[in-house]
Ligand binder design. Structure first.
Ligand code: BGC
Length: 255
């Protein structure tokens, strides 16, 4: 149990990768805040599951695309747990559309949640850590698409590429305060974000062909890396991206 005494906020943690991360951090000993926007029932259920590990867990409603919400969310987390050492920027969405059909509302939705949300949640977290003069860890859940093109998902790639550069900048700017910043870049993981793909056998098989380990990832594949990055074992790591993709990123071949 490497996270005893630590307190973590995971955005978008009532489902998918965020939920698995929150539960894994609790299993390792951390108290956790489950952030959600919709489905308070799944947030409450996640809280109960985290409490079964003997940890404190609370749910906080917060739409990270709104700066005021990110600030309130961090304040409420600090109040509920008596501090906050770890922030996991996980909440994210994607919208499929050919480039020439992308609408302004869809563009704003993706960028405001994935990039602006993580940006200002991190700012609120950093201000808290500076106030209490303590180190901290920021872990962003980005995507292999912080690096790899993903045609028809250009707004998503813009948000994840942006997240990569925010992470690299902050790793330098926040190092003097003992705050580390790293990204986890999942590939194709079985989560609600790709429900459509999971139900399309043709697309799914084409994707599996490109994954050297020949399976989609599980949320626990990602959660394990988050638990490591949140732990003291990762104290000397900052400014890095950890790819969790079964080999997808580098699998180019001509047959
Ligand atoms: C996307 C998924 C996609 C995967 C691999 C993820 O970031 O959210 O929709 O299947 O990357 O391309």
């Amino acid at each position: 149990m490497k996270l005893i005494g630590k307190k973590a906020l995971v955005t978008g943690s009532n489902q998918g990768i965020g939920q698995a991360i929150a539960l894994r951090l609790a299993e390792e000993g951390a108290d956790v805040v489950i952030d959600y926007v919709t489905h308070p029932d799944t947030a409450a259920e996640t809280v109960q599951r985290a409490q079964k590990f003997g940890r404190r867990a609370v749910a906080v409603e917060g739409d990270i695309s709104k700066v005021a919400d990110t600030q309130r969310m961090v304040r409420e987390s600090v109040e509920a747990l008596g501090g906050l050492d770890i922030l996991v920027n996980n909440a994210g969405v994607e919208k499929y559309a050919p480039f020439w059909e992308v609408t302004e509302p869809d563009y704003d939705l993706v960028l405001n949640i994935n990039l602006k949300g993580a940006f200002f949640a991190t700012q609120a977290f950093v201000r808290h850590r500076m106030e209490v003069k303590q180190p901290g860890k920021v872990i962003n859940v980005s995507s292999v698409h912080e690096e790899l093109p993903f045609p028809h998902f250009t707004s998503y790639c813009a948000s994840k590429g942006g997240m990569k550069m925010v992470m690299r900048n902050l790793s330098i700017e926040l190092a003097p305060f003992g705050i580390t910043v790293n990204n986890i870049a999942p590939g194709a993981i079985e989560t609600p974000i790709n429900t459509a793909l999971l139900h399309d056998p043709v697309k799914l098989n084409a994707l599996l062909e490109n994954i050297p380990l020949k399976r989609l990832g599980n949320t626990s594949d990602v959660a394990g890396v988050a638990a490591f990055l949140a732990s003291p074992d990762a104290d000397y790591i900052t400014g890095a991206t950890f790819v969790v993709d079964g080999g997808l990123t580098w699998n180019y071949s001509e047959q």
